[in-house]
Design a protein around this ligand. Sequence first.
Ligand code: FAD
Length: 447
Amino acid sequence: MQYDLAILGSGFGGSITALIAKQLGMNPILIEKGAHPRFAIGESSTPQAAIALANIADTYNLPRLKPISKYGTLKETYPELSCGPKRGFTYIHHPNIESELLVAASPDGYNCDSQWYRSDLDAFLVEEVQEANIDYFDNTDVTLSQNKDWKLEAENFSCSTDFLIDATGGANPLNIQQDISGVRTNSRVIYSHFDGVIPWGELHEKPQHPYPCHDAALHHVFSGGWMYVLHFDNGITSAGFVLDCEARPNDTWESLMNELPFVKEQFQHAKPTMPLFQTERIQRCAAQMVGKNWAMLPYTAAFLDPLHSTGNAHTLCGIERLMPIIAERKKSRKELLLEYQSTSMHEIDLLDKIIHGCYKCFDNFDALSNYAMLYFAGADFTERQRRVGKSTGFLNSSDPAYCALVDRFYNQVLAEKLDTNDLEREITPWNLVGLCDPAKQNMYDYA
Ligand SMILES: Cc1cc2nc3c(=O)[nH]c(=O)nc-3n(C[C@H](O)[C@H](O)[C@H](O)COP(=O)(O)OP(=O)(O)OC[C@H]3O[C@@H](n4cnc5c(N)ncnc54)[C@H](O)[C@@H]3O)c2cc1C
């Protein structure tokens, strides 16, 4: 079997890549080591992910992908796929929960983002791949060799391909050297899916909340870590403690529940639907994400931390950038692939400063609420530019002035000298929605 493109890994990233390749007139194959349906992490979508997904649907004539970009249309079009509403980003400071930050990311409960129930969504996308007559092999663990073409072999399986995309989410079948020496964030995760988690708003709703506070990526923030809580309409909740490895090397699920009484209250009836996963440090970064006739998707090449839910949007933006390069004549491919790599790694570096800076502020919620505005201003500015057909890179990363701003305030945070008045002033060119406004008292409605 000879293909133009082989894609390893059938998460949403690999399947969408395969669907695009077919629309580009290529003959792709999608290969999965496991089988669907299967559990996958990475559930909370964002406006940047929605815009990228809708753009992919329009550009490549894949109309069945478009409803996935909004909670309302996803529910209406594919009621069999579990999901949950995500109106925005909610941050609660523990242990006393008096300080809160809510940032709406959508106008209403229909035109909002969703929590993707990945086992359903990924299985659906693989069905779409098969419907499109793209060859798909599951339970297939290939070994790779490259001469002129790639040769992929497994038990009872063999094929050749011109180009290879690694979408395995960091499994590293190409055996590329890893280098996290430049990565600042240093965290680990304890997570699972649960039944019986009480929606935060049923316990602690406030009239000033701009949206139901749990219809969100809910972040419980505390010294040395945070917890994400994401509700699905099917009664399941995804939750995980993400812990600074240095500040909290030994904490367990139980010890954190005992330390954080309001979280314990929310989880008082919770039962895990599968065993708790405990990771080592989660940061990873490939020293190289492209090479001769191969490329990795962004999440496969590098991952930092789930804070602010950036992984899925980054993956989709990477697919948007990579696929036209693969469709290019081979002559110009090499340079374009190197550009794809340097852009993606620059984005990871920018994100790292934003995420690590937030970790440094976890003890000081006022500092966190201001520093996090670098993320929200960058994300919102990018979304608005994209809606008028302009691209400023993932998280406004192609704007040197914005990147310099992040550098500057990251250094202030490291020096424990964050000047919030300075930040409010300097963020102005990208702050189109009144962020950093003390009058809003950390309650940002959709603007
Ligand atoms: C704890 C945690 C929480 C996260 N939360 C969020 C979030 O809320 N929002 C967000 O945007 N992002 C989040 N992310 C990131 C998110 O997981 C990724 O953005 C997303 O999974 C990327 O999808 P993908 O299809 O590229 O890769 P994956 O979802 O990792 O899929 C990879 C696929 O490759 C298959 N595979 C593995 N090895 C091989 C092989 N050798 N050959 C063939 N197939 C193989 C796997 O079985 C799998 O099906 C989170 C990450 C972590 C670790």
